[in-house]
Design a protein around this ligand. Sequence first.
Ligand SMILES: [Zn+2]
Length: 271
Amino acid sequence: MPELPEVETTRRGIRRALRGRRITEFVLRNHKLRWPVDRALAKILPGQRVRDVRRRAKYLLIELDRGTLIAHLGMSGSLRVLPTDAPWLKHDHYELRLDTGGCLRFNDPRRFGSLHWVTGDPLEHPLLAGLGPEPLDRGFGGAYLAGRARGRKVAIKQFLMDQRVVVGVGNIYASEALFRAGIHPRRAAGKVSAERFERLADGVRTVLGEAIRQGGTTLRDYVSADGTPGYFRQKLFVYERDGQPCRRCRTPIRKLAQGQRSTYFCPACQT
Ligand SMILES: [Zn+2]
C-alpha cells in the first residue's frame, strides 16, 4: 500500500509537471473506483489551470482555478506523468491532459483509489475533516501524543496508527518508530512516559523523513511519478525481520498480530 512517503514523493513529482499548466481534457475510462468518479468532470475540468499540488495525510490535493481534486492512491494506485500518446494499460482509469502535451494518468489494479471534486475548502471534506495533525508539522510532538494518550488503554502501536491521532503512520513506520523509542508495541498508550513519547515522536519524524528523502521506498512494486520503480532502500530495524538478529542487541526479532496487522519488535530493546 502506498504510505505517506510514497504519496509525498508522488506529490513532488506531479507538482513539477502540473503546476501552472492548463487542463485541456479529462478522460475517464472507468468511473468505478472506491467511490464512483463524477462523469461531469469531463465538462468541469478543461480550461482550468493547476495552481498547486498539496497533500493532506495520504490525499493529494490538486488545486485548480475553481476547486480542488482530491485524489487517493488506495491500496495499489499510482499517478504517473506521461506523454498523451502513451498507450493505455490495463487498470489505467483516468487521465488529466495538459497543455504541455503530457498527461497525468491513474493506474490502480485493485480500484481502491478515489477522485473527488470539491469547490469549497478541501480540508472540510468529510474524508479529511476528522484527521489528526501531519507528523512532519510543528503541531506534532511528544507533548501532543502524551496529551492524546492520557488514560487510554489501547496498545501504543494501534494508537499511533489511528488517523485521528496522527496521519500517515502506517504499519511499517509504526513498528520502526516504536523500535527507535524502545517501546513495546503492546504497551498501553496511557502508560508511556512523557520522555518516551518525545523519543517516539522523534522516531516517527525520522523514519518518515528518511523515507521521503529516499523517494518513498516501502513498496517493492511501487512505481514513482516518473515511472521508475521504487525498492526497499530504507534500512529497516524490525519490519519483516522476524527471526533475524536485532541490529542493536542481536536478540531475534519477534512478530505478533495486532488488529489484523503484523507487528515486528525486539523483545530486549522494547519494553
Ligand atoms: Zn534489540
